[in-house]
Design a protein around this ligand. Structure first.
Ligand code: IMP
Length: 450
């Protein structure tokens, strides 16, 4: 029987998303009874590789690959039912049964076809200022939530003509038809589809806040799985080039209906370098062809959209900020192996902005865009060994250990987990780290068996 965690843990991105949260959540999941997603939607792409088999999860928490784990899609998530059903079907076809252990909040907002149309129109309108969204209808669904004209999962139960849902959909589709050029959408068809969705969805729908609080009261440990990352957070990220939800720690409480005191640890996921998809400032971005080398080595293409990711050096200013904003108690460092071929590495330790040295990201993108990164250079380990596939810290080249140590110092949080490859087993869990108290029972299966 896998060991049980004694604490509840939030796992959040500390950069611009794509830090490798999927692998880490999958790795830790066996120690938890429940894995819960609190925000975002199927804009996320969490990749998990098990014995060479790749699973990409967009909406369903990455804990689903473990049969004993119940997965929760919380009220803060925006749910595209078609995407959810496609993901369930994919998993079922590969032998992963989600039946009875996937719950969807009745308070979560629904992404309907008009949200995607509104997003496409908005991105077109913005032209050169476009956000570079994932085109999944995420933003407009959150817009409707804030404008109090959204449709929630529980509303789908009553698709009667003349009912409340029918009136809301008619009103939203009418507004969409006014805002979008091209063929009009028929609200009756959207309503009929909503009724069909409910039939399949109903068995999964629950008061997930109640479910989670009951689980927490019964001391069944919960892992809170974040999506996107701190720099994409609507409040704390590089606004307006952000997603539409709170990817930072507060989003866990509002997006799941749990109190802050149940969160015992906050694990920040960071890549050993930085990537970003979509538009917006990125101080440590590398020019081509240097970026292309990292992109190729790290297979840096969006798991949701396939877009090439922009690549750059590790930005300690951003990560230190993420540690502070989220109260991160430890970090998991992923993709260290991608740096194996470099002779020299750079770390951004500050920004030079208008004659000033900044150690925190400025609030406006105007200022951020004018920031010059200040770098510290460290030797690489291409001539002295490799980190790829290492499962014991002692097998890391000395220069790789020095790099990690410096990143810890600059970020202000200890590195508890080091990922050295895409497979579950290519992982080092540092037992002597200050995070060992809550991580001790969460070692990967092969480490536990040793
Ligand atoms: P949206 O979330 O589709 O509205 O996109 C807003 C911004 O967030 C765009 O720059 C996207 O590329 C980015 N984004 C959204 N989800 C993810 C993710 O899971 N990983 C990385 N970037 C993301």
């Amino acid at each position: 029987m896998p060991p049980t965690a004694t604490d509840n843990l939030a796992v959040l991105g500390a950069q611009w998303g794509d830090e490798g949260k999927g692998k880490i959540v999958d790795l830790l999941s066996p120690a938890f009874a429940v894995v819960a997603r609190s925000q975002g939607g199927h804009n996320a792409g969490h990749t998990v590789i098990v014995d060479g088999d790749e699973f990409i999860l967009h909406l369903i928490p990455s804990g689903i690959l473990h049969p004993g784990v119940t997965c929760v899609i919380g009220n803060g998530v925006v749910v595209d039912p078609a995407a959810l059903f496609a993901e369930i079907d994919q998993l079922q076809s590969r032998g992963i049964d989600t039946g009875g252990r996937l719950l969807v909040s009745s308070r979560a907002h629904v992404i309907l076809p008009y949200h995607r149309d509104l997003e496409a129109a908005s991105e077109d309108r913005l032209g050169a200022q476009r956000i570079g969204t994932t085109s999944r209808g995420i933003g407009p669904s959150y817009e409707h939530k804030a404008a109090r004209c959204g449709v929630r999962i529980g509303d789908l139960a009553d698709a009667r003509p003349g009912g409340r849902l029918a009136a809301q959909i008619e009103s939203n589709v009418t507004a969409r038809n006014r805002a979008v050029t091209g063929p009009a959408l028929d609200w009756r068809q959207v309503l009929e589809e909503a009724a069909r969705v409910w039939e399949r969805l109903q068995p999964m729908v629950a008061d997930t806040s109640r479910y989670l609080n009951d689980a927490l009261d019964a001391r069944r440990p919960v892992l809170f799985e974040g999506a996107q990352g701190t720099m994409l957070d609507i409040d704390h990220g590089t606004y307006p080039y952000v997603t539409s939800s709170n990817a930072t720690i507060g989003g866990v409480c509002t997006g799941l209906g749990v109190g802050p005191r149940v969160i015992d640890g906050v694990l920040g996921i960071v890549k050993a370098y930085t990537t970003r998809v979509g538009e917006g400032p990125f101080p440590t971005e590398l020019d081509e062809p240097q970026a292309e080398r990292l992109r190729a080595w790290g297979r840096e293409y969006g798991a949701s959209t396939g877009r090439p990711r922009r690549c750059g050096w590790f930005d300690a200013v951003g990560v230190r900020y993420a540690v502070r904003v989220n109260g991160m108690t430890a970090l998991a460092m992923t993709k260290l192996d991608v740096l194996d071929n470099l002779d020299e590495l750079r770390i951004c330790t500050g920004y030079r902005c208008g004659g000033e040295m900044l150690t925190d990201p400025p609030a406006t993108i105007g200022e951020l865009a004018s920031c010059e990164p200040v770098y510290e250079t460290m030797p690489g380990w291409s001539g002295s060994g490799r980190t790829a596939g290492a499962r014991d810290e002692r097998d890391l080249p000395a220069a790789a250990r020095a790099y990690l140590e410096r990143l810890e110092e600059l970020s202000g949080a200890p590195v508890a987990i080091i990922s050295t490859g895409s497979d579950r087993g290519d992982t080092i869990v540092r037992r002597d780290s200050p995070a060992a108290r809550w991580l001790g029972s969460c070692a990967p299966a092969d480490e536990r068996d040793r």
